[in-house]
Design a protein. Structure first.
Ligand code: C5P
Length: 308
């Protein structure tokens, strides 16, 4: 038997949503979704080391503050695992952040995913992919996708995943405006907008088949036509600086741009890195965004970097 490790390092990616169809609300207050996630090459890296108690530290290359207390998703992941398996072990967790905080890119979910994978090894649980994803789903709808990575269709509350075939790599400019948006508040605003327009949301929305074709065929024009986020209108209503970012990116030549998830990060589809840089320069010149990042998808899901 191999001895239990004393230190495990796992990284998990941030994501964007290439489409996000929002349907009816269930008994738990969650909306039925049909979404296409794509993982991008910005990672949260979690190191879990043996310790008597649970603790958390963070280093970050992105602006913003994150809770280090019990509401932090990585700590909640550790607590959930201890409860579920009646463990008394501790762990010293360290997170190195690259994914924008509260930006609609699933950074907190990536923290939880990486923490679960790392602690599974550190505590010798051997849960495997399916067991870890099931546990992750209890912490947040995006956690199972941060484990799986690449590109996937998410249904139900976002956690029922099917991998989507993609051809080649996609380049995205992430345009990051100031300010944060709260996911529950964006969903609430979406509900209000639906109510005032008298529209009845689908029990289970469906993804646009043409988006899946665009991804498998590497067809950027078709992908641009199918980028769609039902939450975008709510994000625009709550954050007046967002609509100009989407409009300007498209006016500057981007095939398409949309708010990622509940925002406020805007994902701009670009043909190549040179186009990304020229659009970023335009957005920065007009002071529409605080910062821009060029990323690529699809990126792999949670992976173990070190186990010793
Ligand atoms: O799952 P997660 O913790 O990221 O969700 C945050 C909030 O977003 C939920 O508490 C809920 O208000 C809203 N949400 C929703 N329907 C989903 C996913 C999230 O209403 N499918």
């Amino acid at each position: 038997m191999t001895p239990a490790p004393s230190r495990v390092v796992v990284r998990a990616p941030g994501k964007i949503n290439l489409s996000l169809g929002v349907g009816a609300v269930d008994a738990h207050g969650y909306h039925a979704l049909a979404t296409v996630f794509q993982a991008v090459d910005l990672y949260e890296t979690v190191t879990a080391s043996r310790a008597d108690t649970l603790s958390l530290e963070m280093t970050s290359s992105v602006p913003g503050e994150l809770p280090l207390d019990g509401s932090n998703l990585a700590l909640r992941a550790a607590e959930l695992m201890r409860e579920e398996f009646s463990l008394t072990e501790g762990a010293a967790l360290h997170i190195d952040k690259q994914v924008p905080i509260a930006g609609g890119m699933g950074g907190g979910s990536a923290d939880a995913a990486a923490a679960l994978v790392a602690l599974d090894r550190l505590w010798g649980l051997g849960l495997g992919g399916e067991g870890l994803r099931r546990l992750g789903a209890r912490l947040g709808a995006d956690v199972p996708f941060a484990m799986l990575g690449h590109t996937a269709l998410g249904r139900g509350n976002g956690g029922d995943l099917t991998t989507v075939l993609t051809h080649g790599e996609w380049t995205w400019l992430l345009a990051i405006p100031g300010g944060h948006l709260s996911t529950p508040q964006v969903f609430r605003t979406f509900d209000e907008i639906v109510r005032t327009t008298g529209r009845r949301p689908a029990e289970q929305p469906e993804v646009d088949e043409r988006q899946l074709q665009a991804l498998s065929g590497g067809n950027i024009e078709l992908l641009a036509e199918t980028l769609e986020n039902d939450l975008q209108v709510a994000a625009f209503a709550l954050h007046p600086g967002l609509e100009p970012v989407v409009e300007t990116a498209e006016r500057l030549g981007a095939p398409a741009a949309l708010v990622s998830g509940s925002g406020p990060t805007v994902a701009v589809l670009v043909e190549d890195e040179a186009q990304a840089r020229s659009i970023a320069a335009g957005l920065m010149r007009d002071s529409l965004v605080d910062s821009c990042l060029v990323v690529r998808g699809s990126a792999p899901g949670a992976s173990v970097l070190v186990e010793e």
